[in-house]
Design a binder for this molecule. Structure first.
Ligand code: ZN
Ligand code: ZN
Ligand code: FE
Length: 320
């Protein structure tokens, strides 16, 4: 079978789709944890370890794309898929269980990977993300996150950057900073604040417990953040994830992503932030992206973001 590893561009929705047929043999729940210390892949004596994904979406030397001719444009799936094993402790449930120090170690590792990738001319973007819970397809429970080094800017970030750039052209201000300041002024959706970061449920949240974490000042990237700033981010992230975990009897399944600017260039109009999408509406009841969402692109929100923020804020105050 011909190996296909490419990114296909949908010019109608202006989105990339990553296509790879080498992931077909991906195992569901292999026996034995490949991330535990002492396994052939990880070795021992580490607190955070970065591995190559054995079933990558993107590879350093991809085959030629199947088509480059309009309207079927594809680019080679050149890049890397990394797994960040966040702790040697297999039995911890979530990133927040590592505590602020443990989360800081993870963030420092992510920062160094971003710095390393920024020197690789073939890589345009690095997307760090974390899936939590069986409901979102996590097959290995050992705490880990992933980082995709990509040859293109992921569509969602691209869309954000476009509107931020347009806003900048008109007003000479960062749209993300303006929205953050408006959330700070209004206050009702703020979930947590550390020295340098604020977490809030956006006015236009789509997922039941969606939380965005923004720096209080316009900090372009996690690269170049000093230890103090990174620690403040670790604190904010730990509190948010701890709140999500303890909100209901069952820990909240979530997806988290770091929205960085591209690896090279200056972006006075776009700054780094983290988005977390907590997916339970009520305990054990998952919110699905279904007809309205997938079919129409309109998320339905069965409460108010203000109410969700209040619940989460109270939970963090009392339990984290
Ligand atoms: Zn393990
Ligand atoms: Zn900004
Ligand atoms: Fe974003």
């Amino acid at each position: 079978m011909r190996r296909v590893i490419e990114l296909r561009w949908d010019p109608i929705l202006e989105e990339w789709v990553a296509v790879s047929n080498i992931r077909e043999e991906r195992p569901w729940r292999p026996s034995g944890c490949p991330f535990c210390p002492g396994s052939p892949e990880t070795g021992s004596g580490w607190s955070v370890v970065v591995l190559e994904n054995r079933f990558p979406m993107l590879v350093p030397e991809p085959p030629e794309p199947t088509s480059r001719r309009w309207p079927f444009i594809a680019v080679p799936g050149r890049g890397r898929c990394l797994v960040i094993v966040e702790t040697p402790e297999h039995s911890l449930d979530d990133l927040s269980d590592l505590g602020v120090d443990g989360v800081l170690r993870v963030l420092e590792r992510v920062r160094s990977v971003l710095e390393e990738l920024s020197r690789d001319e073939g890589v345009v973007y690095a997307l760090w993300f974390r899936n939590k819970g069986e409901e979102v397809g996590v097959s290995l429970t050992h705490p880990h996150s992933q980082l995709y080094a990509m040859p293109v800017i992921p569509s969602k970030v691209l869309r954000e950057m476009r509107s931020c750039y347009r806003y900048w052209l008109e007003k000479r201000r960062c749209l993300l900073c303006e929205v953050r300041d408006a959330e700070l002024r209004e206050g009702t959706r703020i979930v947590y604040r550390s020295t340098d970061f604020v977490a809030y449920v956006p006015f236009w949240a789509r997922w039941p417990f969606e939380v965005h974490i923004h720096p209080l000042k316009h900090v372009q990237s996690v690269r170049g953040m000093d230890r103090g700033t990174l620690e403040s981010l670790a604190e904010c992230l730990t509190k948010v994830l701890c709140g999500l975990k303890n909100l209901f009897e069952k820990p909240m399944p979530y997806v988290m992503a770091l929205h960085e600017p591209p690896l090279r260039g200056e972006y006075p109009w776009y700054h780094t932030h983290i988005e977390v999408y907590g997916m339970y509406r009520v305990s054990g009841r998952l919110k699905y992206a279904a007809g309205a969402e997938l079919g129409g692109g309109v998320f339905t929100y069965d409460s108010t973001p203000e109410r969700a923020a209040e619940m989460l804020r109270r939970c963090i105050e009392s339990r984290c």
